[in-house]
Design a protein around this ligand. Structure first.
Ligand SMILES: NC(=O)c1ccc[n+]([C@@H]2O[C@H](COP(=O)([O-])OP(=O)(O)OC[C@H]3O[C@@H](n4cnc5c(N)ncnc54)[C@H](OP(=O)(O)O)[C@@H]3O)[C@@H](O)[C@H]2O)c1
Length: 170
């Protein structure tokens, strides 16, 4: 029994049958994948975690005023794209609470109902789930991730870095 003993292997094709799908592709791969699977993704919720970084993590592959979440929504208009976990580095998934502070997850969508569904779906996780507003907020949220990474490297805690905005009444 290995460390994945409680996980059920699910093929990429079977995962596409779910009502809520979380992909974990790079931006350069997610757009062709979404176009290819447009039919299967229609009317479903697609949770998007993409940050459009260059391969060396030094810059973005989209311009100011653009976000991966909006680009994805544009190619699959019949799917409800919901952004989440964009600022959550992989080490944080193992330990989402640091010094009693939960890691924040900004949930964004242009479809209010889909955003509420995902917030409810994630409410039992050990993260603080926040209404992040519209998909256009990912122009900021996605860029914040690269800044987090730079700071974490400078201060020696990469990849254990995330956000917790204090003062919010949640
Ligand atoms: N890592 C993090 O801490 C973190 C945090 C927040 C957000 N994200 C976002 O999460 C996404 C993935 O990051 P990652 O670090 O997990 O990257 P990664 O380790 O490179 O994983 C990407 C995976 O996608 C697979 N893939 C590529 N094209 C595919 C396709 N058409 N169908 C099925 N699978 C395909 C790749 O398989 P092959 O290796 O076989 O090509 C690879 O296993 C990125 O958009 C990133 O911005 C990552």
């Amino acid at each position: 029994m290995g460390k994945h003993e409680n996980t059920i292997p699910v093929s990429h094709e079977i995962a596409l049958d779910a009502e809520i799908i979380i992909h974990s592709l790079w931006f350069k791969d997610v757009i062709p994948w979404a176009k290819q699977n447009k039919g299967k993704l229609a009317n479903k919720i697609l949770i998007d975690i993409v940050n459009p970084f260059t391969e060396d993590f030094n810059d973005f592959t989209l311009n100011w005023g653009q976000s991966a979440a909006e680009e994805l929504q544009n190619v699959i208009p019949d799917t409800k794209v919901v952004g989440a976990f964009k600022n959550t580095f992989f080490r944080v998934f193992e330990e989402p609470i640091h010094n009693n502070l939960k890691s924040d997850v900004y949930v964004t969508s242009d479809n209010e109902k889909a955003k509420e569904t995902v917030m409810e779906f994630l409410s039992s996780t050990p993260f603080r789930i926040l209404d992040g507003g519209k998909l256009s907020n990912n122009r900021t949220i996605e860029r914040l991730t690269l800044f987090e990474r730079e700071l974490a490297i400078r201060y020696g805690n990469y990849p254990y870095v995330s956000n917790h905005l204090f003062g919010l009444n949640v």
